[in-house]
Design a protein around this ligand. Structure first.
Ligand code: ATP
Ligand code: MG
Length: 291
């Protein structure tokens, strides 16, 4: 239903009008579909003695939805934060359209964050301001010279309509359900009309109907607006529903990358254990209780 809505909006308003407004920068949409636009190469990251990544190597291709999976604490959120420069790497490189994010200063990172929007794990809405102001927040920050108040209001309305919540600008985040908060967070991300959207656990804590709605949105944005997505999740049905490719993180590296069909019949027993929710044989209960 929602995909039809998205398609109808784009058909009526015209792709260029919807997706070509106030955006700038050399990083936009130069890659052909399927070409790598984000490259993690031999990335290392530790917090004190806790090694999170010993060798993270992974490509993200233009136009795809790539799901990154792995147990709690494996480094999924850290990976996304390193990509947009919220955390520094200890070694290796991360590039976006061939430019090293890991060497950029604040101006470069600003441009990266304008093109790669992140939907944070907890939604990260500001409770003290309205939904409309929340969605407008990044627009005001990035386009305070280029966009008038009317243009911002129009873009906010557009973004809320895309997540199927038109006209709720005046509501407060505290008045929204968990599913609505996630969708407002998504509206805030897409208001910037980014090339890439990072979703950190977009369906966690949602009921099955809201999970399905979010999954449709992710697919809808990809199909209609050509968004490249990285979805971090340990919700297996969602992973299979939205992915073009999937990657599994385990002990500081990617141990498998492939299509959903390949993940359904994994050769690696560690992948099979994860997919089927089995605790690995070598984990004995006594050692887990001691942790
Ligand atoms: N800013 C930080 N300072 C210190 N340690 C951190 C910091 N951010 C993350 N960590 C640690 O890095 C490891 C990976 O954290 P991360 O949040 O990426 O896990 P995750 O895979 O996203 O887990 P979850 O599925 O529970 O969200 C954890 O051990 C975490 O405690
Ligand atoms: Mg996380």
């Amino acid at each position: 239903m929602l995909e039809t809505r998205l398609a109808a909006q784009v058909r009526c308003a015209g792709f260029a009008v919807l997706w070509g407004g106030a955006t700038r920068g050399m990083m936009r949409a130069v890659a052909a579909p399927g070409e790598p636009i984000i490259e993690f190469r031999d990335v290392r990251k530790a917090f004190d003695s806790k090694v999170v990544f010993r060798d993270l190597t992974l490509d993200v291709r233009a136009g795809e939805t790539l799901t990154v999976m792995g147990g709690s604490g494996v480094g999924k959120s850290v990976m996304l934060k390193m990509l947009i420069g919220l955390l520094e790497v200890d070694g290796g490189s991360i590039t976006f359209h061939g430019e090293e994010v890991t060497r950029m200063g604040e101006d470069g990172l600003r441009e990266v964050r304008q093109n790669i929007a992140m939907l944070f794990q907890g939604g990260a809405l500001f409770d003290s301001i309205s939904v409309g102001e929340n969605v407008a927040y990044a627009l005001r920050e990035h386009f305070f010279r280029e966009m008038t108040d009317d243009q911002i209001a129009e873009r906010v309305h557009w973004a809320l309509s895309l997540v199927d919540l038109p006209g709720i600008e005046q509501m407060r985040p505290a008045d929204l359900s968990g599913g609505m908060k996630k969708r407002v967070g998504l509206a805030r991300s897409i208001a910037l009309q980014p090339e890439v959207v990072l979703y950190d656990e977009p369906t966690t804590g949602l009921d099955p109907i809201n999970c399905t709605r979010i999954n449709r949105l992710i697919r809808g944005l990809q199909g209609t607006l050509n968004v490249t997505s990285i979805v971090v999740t340990h919700d297996m049905p969602s992973a299979f529903a939205v992915s073009d490719r999937m990657a599994l993180l385990h002990r500081g590296e990617v141990i498998a990358v492939g299509t959903p069909a390949q993940f359904r019949e994994p050769e690696d027993s560690r992948v099979a254990d994860f997919i089927h929710g089995r605790a690995p044989e070598y984990e004995d209960v006594a050692s887990l209780l001691r942790e």
